[in-house]
Ligand binder design. Sequence first.
Ligand code: 5GP
Length: 113
Amino acid sequence: METLFDKILAGEIPATVVHQDDDVFAFKDINPQAPVHVLVIPKKRARGFESLKDATAADAGAFIAGVARVAEKLGLEENGYRVVFNIGKDGQQTVEYLHAHILGGRKLSWPPG
Ligand code: 5GP
């Protein structure tokens, strides 16, 4: 099933792209929850975090390394940041395309809601 993020990756829906390379594509969240709120998706489509169970170590690792590269590019390494995966109904996942939220630019509260 084609999702919103498939369309953003294909350029069919506009987004503010902050980074892309062979492995990942990163763009600003339309409804930011922090001064920096970026979504990172693998270029190779996966449905959600649970799909990583079946991914090769190379694909899973490339995605996670890509998330870290995006955070560095966003200038978040000095003060820190948070990476969030919303998974399924209780996790409030709304788009069925694997994505990491990178949140930063302020001190984030803990525990999350
Ligand atoms: P989820 O809730 O599935 O973890 O995250 C989906 C995210 O996509 C939400 O944070 C939401 O604000 C964001 N989002 C929804 N529609 C759009 C859109 O059209 N463009 C962008 N850039 N982000 C979107």
